[in-house]
Design a protein around this ligand. Structure first.
Ligand code: NAD
Length: 256
């Protein structure tokens, strides 16, 4: 039986595909964790069309974003192990569903964020339709919006064109950012090993990416604390916590 260490040792272009589970050890809950942020906010209620139509939904979305950043969060051993593999020339990068920026904070340089980032806000225009932002191109760090809210503006507008402002993340109904998706497909197709970490592999189209790599000839490794629908296709499945599992594997492969 092949181990994760063996699979990584023999690989030259490891690509990681990460979900919310890679960040739970940093204190950011996934959707399912009891008592987490998502038990207070139902993310399925935040559709793109509701966000555009309703100032109340926008106010609630800003509340949720503030709660997301309420406590300082830091990369954990899993983020750091993936950054070490990249720095050693073993990994071609990370495709992430996460919006928390922790891969970059850990030192990963090639990070494709297919669901956007909570660390930035963007103009989406005055009346965007069909789940597609239609802004003027203005962006700012997320703290810009928090400063506006603190200054008593409940519904911050784009300072350049007056359009609606939104966190640079992907809401339900929203079309995924096409350049990030193209980049993610290209990266997945180049992988000789794709390691899926902390993802239920149930959120589509994101979960298609490990299959893209598999069909292009990559071997799959799955590191998750529960079973996933792709376990049967994987060369290696490790049921455990992402931090200790990846830390041990990277240390064995890289020596140290
Ligand atoms: P998901 O579908 O990616 O599932 C998370 C998986 O990770 C689950 O199978 C869970 O059992 C597993 N897991 C949790 N902690 C783990 C650990 N320490 N080690 C190994 N496995 C672990 O994620 P979701 O919660 O259903 O969220 C779906 C989408 O919501 C994500 O794709 C993302 O866009 C967004 N989201 C992002 C963040 C973030 O940025 N940190 C957090 C929550 C949700």
């Amino acid at each position: 039986m092949t181990t994760l260490e063996e699979l990584l040792r023999d690989a030259h272009r490891v690509v990681a595909f990460t979900g919310a589970g890679v960040s739970t050890e940093s204190g950011i809950p996934d959707f399912r964790s009891p008592g987490g942020l998502w038990s207070r906010y139902d993310p399925t209620r935040f559709t793109f069309s509701r966000y555009v139509a309703s100032p109340e939904t926008r106010a609630e979305a800003w509340d949720m974003r503030r709660a997301f950043f309420a406590h300082p969060v830091h990369p954990n051993a899993a983020h750091r192990a993936l950054a070490r593999l990249e720095a050693a020339g073993r990994s071609a990068g990370v495709i992430t569903q996460n919006i928390d920026g922790l891969h970059q904070a850990a030192g990963s340089r090639k990070v494709v964020e297919i669901h956007g980032t909570a660390r930035e806000v963007i103009c989406i225009g005055s009346a965007p339709k069909h789940g597609v932002p239609d802004g003027c191109g203005w962006t700012a760090p997320h703290t810009w919006a928090f400063d506006r809210l603190d200054a008593g503006d409940p519904d911050p507008r784009c300072p350049a064109c007056g359009g609606l402002v939104k966190s640079s993340t992907v809401l339900f109904e929203q079309v995924l950012p096409q350049d990030a998706i193209a980049e993610a497909y290209a990266l997945a197709e180049q992988a000789d090993v794709l390691v899926a970490v902390g993802s239920s592999l149930q959120v589509y189209p994101a979960a298609e990416l490990p299959l893209v790599a598999f069909r292009a000839g990559a071997r799959l490794a799955i590191v998750n604390d529960e079973s996933t629908p792709l376990d049967d296709l994987a060369t290696v499945v490790v049921h455990g916590k992402a931090g200790p599992v990846l830390d041990a594997a990277a240390s064995t492969v890289l020596g140290g």
